[in-house]
Design a protein around this ligand. Sequence first.
Ligand SMILES: Nc1ncnc2c1ncn2[C@@H]1O[C@H](COP(=O)(O)OP(=O)(O)OP(=O)(O)O)[C@@H](O)[C@H]1O
Ligand SMILES: [Mg+2]
Length: 322
Amino acid sequence: MARLLEVNNLRVIFRTYRGIIKALNGVRLWLNEEERLGIVGETGCGKSVSALSIMRLIDEPGEIIEGQVLFEGTDLLKITEEEMDKTVRGKKMSMIFQEPISALNPVFKVGFQIAESIAHSSEISMGDAYEKAPEILEMVGLDWRRSMDLYPHELSGGMAQRVMIAMALAVKPKLLIADEPTSALDVTIQAQILQLLDELVRVGRNAVILITHDLGIASEFCDRITVMYAGNAIEISSSEEIFEEPLHPYTKGLIDSIPIIGASKVLSGIPGSVPDLIAPPPGCRFHPRCDFCFDKCCVELPDLKEVKPGHFVACHLYSDSF
Ligand SMILES: Nc1ncnc2c1ncn2[C@@H]1O[C@H](COP(=O)(O)OP(=O)(O)OP(=O)(O)O)[C@@H](O)[C@H]1O
Ligand SMILES: [Mg+2]
C-alpha cells in the first residue's frame, strides 16, 4: 500500500503566560493507505496536538514551528488555508472528537448538520445533501425518522458519537482521525461504537489514526502503534509486537499498567508523571522516571531508530555505542 501520511520532525509550541510549552519535540510518524495507526500515551503527551497539527487546526497561542506533514506527498504546512479547507480538511481527512456533544453545533438539528458536512465535501446543494442524510444516519445504526429533527442536547452520549462518526465518514475521507472517540462513554457503549467504527472503516477502506490512553483498545483495533511520551514518538511497531516485545521502558510500564481480568498480579504502573513541558528534562524526557537511566540519557535526546524490521525505538539502551 502507498504511503498516505508522513509526519517528520514536528515541533509545536504554545506561548502561555507561564512560559513556552514545548508540546511536540520533533514527532515522527507515518501511515499507509487503509492502514490503522494507534497513538497511545498518558495525558499531556501530545496525542491531540499531533492530530490537530495534521489537520492544521493549531491556533493561537499554539504554533507549528518546524516539521513536515506530508499527505499524499504534499506538505500540508506549505499550502494555503484556502487549499487546506477546499481539498483536505473535511474532505480527504476528517476527525472525530472526544466530546461529541461539544463538537456538534447546539443550535442546529442533527439532519441539518449532517447535510452540511455532505454538502461541503461533495459540493452538492444543501437540498440534495439533506436527502442523503437519512442513509448516513441508518449507516451508523440510528433511526433517521427520529434522529433527523433532534438537537444535539437531545442525544445520549452514544447517539451523539454515532452522529459524529456519521458526519466524519459521510465525507469518505482517505484518513479518519479519531481522538479518544469512546472515552466519554460507558464501557458497553464504548465496545459498540468501536465495533461500528471497525465495520465502517473496513467498508470505506479509510486509513485511521486512533488516539487512546488504552493500549489494549489500540492494539485490538489498529495494525500499528505509536507510543508517545512528553512530545515525542518513542516507540513504533506492529500491534502484536508491541505487546510481545516492547522495547522502551515507558512502553513496558504502560503494558504493566493494564489490568488483566482474573489475574492477581499487582499493577506496577509507572512512578511519577509526565513532566511540565515548559521546562522539560534535558536529554530523554523520560529519564527521570526510568529505572534504566544512565549518563547519556540525561544529556542527549535519543533518535527514533529501527532496531528490528518495522520496530522503531527512541532509547539509548538500544544505541550502538554507549
Ligand atoms: N491550547 C493550548 N494551550 C496551551 N497548552 C496546550 C494547549 N493545547 C495543548 N497544550 C499543551 O500541549 C501538551 C500536549 O497536550 P495534548 O492535548 O496533545 O495531550 P494529549 O496527549 O492529547 O493528552 P490527553 O490524553 O489528556 O488528551 C500539554 O502539555 C498541554 O498542556
Ligand atoms: Mg488529547
